[in-house]
Design a binder for this molecule. Structure first.
Ligand code: ATP
Length: 451
């Protein structure tokens, strides 16, 4: 069990902020909701997309040794036999005959029995836990009109297998040489026994995975390189250094084929504390060898200069888009007192690059040509950045509305603006205000976003 965090638990506050401001809604809420499935609202979809775009840029666009891929969710069922998921992607499940609760037998210490007072399942005298049974986490469905065993297919529980089965297609079509990688972002599905903690553990989620194919013997060096690069990426995303650390898989946690594995953990606060957001694994030649065996197709790399053939080793980086989105929300959430005001403010301290709205545009009053000028500015900026025009309520209220969704800048068009063609730009974090030439506003914001 992870020790409680020094950071407060802000999850309930985030759930309510997310619903109120349109970041994240419970799926099918009008029908009572679907268990641990969430929908991203207008601001949430922007935030998550910005995070995915940053990952795609760092992995695919900014490097010449990684190629992108978008493989299908439904794959040949043999894929999941080869990968080991049919036989081994299981969690031990226990039922309680008293409260009808279902728990993961290996995570009882993290679970709570619904009976009062709150205790761990099995700790009340009346608890009657069954023997653990193995429960496969893959969702099954049927391909074609007949629901029979022969037509069973699975919703992929990870995106990685789409990369392995396309290893040669990508290598040959792009003429990449080992070492090189393949990256993809896509949905994955797991029938988790105990999902929860908002979007931390859900049954439908998005992964951003990259498989880096290397010559055997160079794998540990690449493993160290990717560990470093991936930690840097999380720092650059604005996650606080004291909330991030590596967790090395112990012998018990390490998959039998894995040569080394580290998780990057983020401190989510409260009792959740440090939890995995990304896994970095040295998988050896396990996956390609398995697919060779099950498909009877060679998945070897031909090293022309050395006239040698081999099955490359794989260093994998696997990160959850939803979990990282949650980490940025938890990391950024703060409540502050405001000098001279009774009411404080709530701020989402997102880095400007991932903030869903880059600038709020406010006319100070609804007269003297201010709304017209503000509309002109908003329409002009909108072609380059997401901005939000707002003329309702006091200026203080409008600032608060932008602060709590993480908007880094607010532009106010005031009495001076119409005569001098200048506006004020207020910074979310420092609260400093600067007067800027309206004609220079777009390049002013662009240089701030680049910086
Ligand atoms: P956990 O131990 O938390 O179940 P895992 O070790 O099974 O995670 P991986 O299979 O390594 O996770 O998946 C890689 C990443 O995908 C995780 O680091 C996490 O960010 C994300 N992920 C995995 N399962 C879920 C889920 N049910 N909901 C949201 N994100 C998930």
């Amino acid at each position: 069990m992870t020790p409680p965090s020094a950071h407060p638990d802000v999850m309930d506050k985030l759930v309510s902020l997310s619903k109120r401001r349109g970041f994240i809604f419970q799926s099918s809420e009008i029908y009572g909701g679907t268990g641990s499935v969430w929908d991203y609202g207008p601001l949430g979809v922007e935030l998550k997309k910005n995070i995915k775009d940053r990952w795609w840029h760092a992995m695919v666009r900014a490097r010449d040794d990684i190629e992108g891929l978008d493989a299908a969710i439904l794959m040949h069922p043999r894929t999941w036999e080869a990968s080991g998921h049919v036989a081994g992607f299981v969690d031990p499940l226990v039922d309680c005959k008293t409260c009808k609760g279902r728990f993961r037998a290996d995570k009882l210490e993290d679970a709570r029995c619904p009976q009062k007072p709150s205790k761990q399942p099995g700790q009340h005298e009346s608890c009657q836990l069954t023997e653990p049974r193995q429960f496969n986490l893959m969702f099954k469905t049927f391909m074609g009109p007949v629901e029979e065993t022969a037509s069973v297919v699975y919703l992929r529980p990870e995106t990685a297998q789409g990369i392995y089965v396309n290893f040669l297609n990508v290598q040959q079509s792009t003429r990449q040489k080992v070492p090189f990688g393949i990256a993809q972002i896509g949905k994955a599905f797991r029938n988790e026994i105990t999902p929860g903690n908002f979007i931390f553990r859900t049954r439908e989620f998005e992964q951003m995975e990259m498989q880096f194919f290397v010559q055997p013997g160079t794998d540990m060096e690449w493993f160290e390189t990717w560990k470093g690069l991936r930690m840097q990426w999380h720092h650059a995303l604005g996650l606080r250094a004291d909330r991030l650390h590596f967790h090395q898989h112990t012998a018990g946690e390490l998959a039998h084929y894995a040569r080394a594995a580290f998780d990057i953990q983020f401190d989510f606060g409260g009792t959740l504390g440090f939890q995995e957001i990304e896994g970095i694994h040295n998988r050896g030649d396990f996956d390609l060898t398995q697919h060779q065996q099950y498909s009877s197709k060679k998945l070897e790399y031909f090293d022309q200069p050395n006239n040698a053939r081999y099955v490359p080793y794989v260093v994998e980086t696997s990160v959850g888009a939803d979990r990282v989105t949650l980490a940025t929300l938890v990391n950024g959430y703060r409540e502050e007192a405001v000098a001279g005001e009774e009411e404080g403010r709530t701020v989402l301290g997102l880095i400007p690059q991932i903030a869903p709205i880059k600038a709020g545009i406010f006319p100070l009053t609804k007269k003297d040509g201010q709304p017209e000028m503000a509309h002109r500015i908003a329409n002009d900026l909108r072609t380059r950045f997401p901005v939000d025009y707002d003329e309702s309520g006091s200026i203080g209220k409008r600032y608060r509305r932008q602060d709590e969704v993480g908007t880094p800048w607010c532009v106010t068009i005031d009495g001076e603006s119409t005569s001098s063609n200048t506006v004020t730009v207020r910074d979310r974090d420092t609260l400093a205000q600067e007067r800027v030439d309206a004609g220079q506003l777009a390049s002013y914001l662009a240089s701030k976003l680049a910086g």
